[in-house]
Design a protein around this ligand. Structure first.
Ligand SMILES: C[S@@+](CC[C@H](N)C(=O)[O-])C[C@H]1O[C@@H](n2cnc3c(N)ncnc32)[C@H](O)[C@@H]1O
Length: 300
């Protein structure tokens, strides 16, 4: 099975507007699809630093190329790693957020709502918290908040209650335990769409995805050269909203960031007004691309 099919590959790499001698960062190496295309556009003086927090991505997919440096780390620490390598500015930063197909398809990783396997969902084996710990230890209100905030689940209160009632009798260890815990929810509500939202919410919490995204957005401001590009592919509305507001308003909410005198602070010029989305053909060939949204900002 293929490790991962890159999404919006040409659109995102073209969005970096690559200078052959430039220095670039791919924050989400995964199967290396985007990194490979970036490397093809660099000359002998160009450099690419790629990051992934997942051991398997690093071990299985590294690319042999003198311009290439692959670093195993949470991307929120990218600044420390590149500074260590003597780099203080780069010409482009790409982030293709979320999980790879390999992480979802390999049932041992515990991301999927299909099959019977332990619930884990950690992108990095070094992550201290897993899905199992969250489901068994978070109090009802915290569970409800996560489901509502990260999964947009309307009946989050009922779901959280069902989870707590179940775990008081039997620990939730596997995927089937979780499905069993929520079996009383009406069948209509237990659609694939609902399950993917439920699993997405738990996954975001396990990997602290929203805070990590905020960190890289903030740090991109310092590390991008003037005219350097920030290119982000996101897969759900919480991420997309943060990226959109940060590129358009220099802030995580819909109000412009302002200085002490009330003047707007502008970090980026927005390159695309509307997000770029996969073509019908890409969606047909790769159904996992269907929710992707690409936004591009140019550092002012
Ligand atoms: C959608 S995949 C990227 C696929 C890649 N662009 C390709 O073409 O194969 C996302 C990757 O980012 C990694 N990742 C997600 N969050 C991360 C984080 N905070 N730090 C480092 N890597 C992360 C995941 O482990 C996964 O391998």
């Amino acid at each position: 099975m293929k490790y991962h099919v890159p999404v919006l590959l040409n659109e995102s790499v073209n969005g970096l507007s690559i200078k052959p001698e430039g220095t670039y960062i791919d924050l989400t190496f995964g199967g290396g699809g985007h990194s490979k295309l970036i490397l093809e556009k660099l000359n002998l003086n160009g450099k690419l630093f790629s990051f992934d927090t997942d051991d398997t991505a690093i071990k299985e997919n590294s690319l042999a190329n003198n311009n290439f440096h692959l670093i195993k780390s949470n991307f929120k620490f990218f600044d420390l790693h590149i500074k260590e390598k003597g780099i203080s500015k780069v010409d482009g930063i790409l982030a293709d957020l979320g999980v790879s197909s390999h992480q979802i398809d390999n049932k041992k990783r515990g991301f999927s709502y299909m099959g019977d396997h332990k619930l884990d969902m950690r992108m990095s084996a070094q992550n201290e918290i897993s899905a199992e710990q969250i489901l068994n230890n978070y109090d009802e209100e915290s569970l409800q908040n996560i489901l509502y905030k990260y999964g947009d689940i309307k009946n989050s209160k009922i779901i959280a209650k069902e989870i707590v009632t179940y775990r008081n009798k039997k620990k939730i260890i596997s995927n089937y335990d979780l499905l069993d815990a929520i079996r009383n929810i009406s069948e209509k509500k237990l659609s694939y769409k609902f399950l993917s939202k439920l699993y997405q919410a738990i996954r975001i919490e396990v990997n602290d995805e929203i805070n990590s995204l905020k960190e890289i957005l903030k740090k991109s401001v310092e590390f991008l050269n003037s005219s350097g590009r920030l290119v982000v592919i996101s897969y759900h509305s919480i991420e997309d909203r943060l990226v959109k507001n940060f590129i358009n308003k220099s802030s995580f909410d819909s109000d412009f960031k302002k200085d002490l005198y009330g003047k707007k602070i502008e970090f980026f010029k927005r390159i695309n007004k509307k997000p770029i989305v996969p073509s019908e053909e890409e969606k047909k060939n790769n159904s996992r691309s269907r929710s992707a949204k690409l936004r591009i900002g140019e550092r002012l």
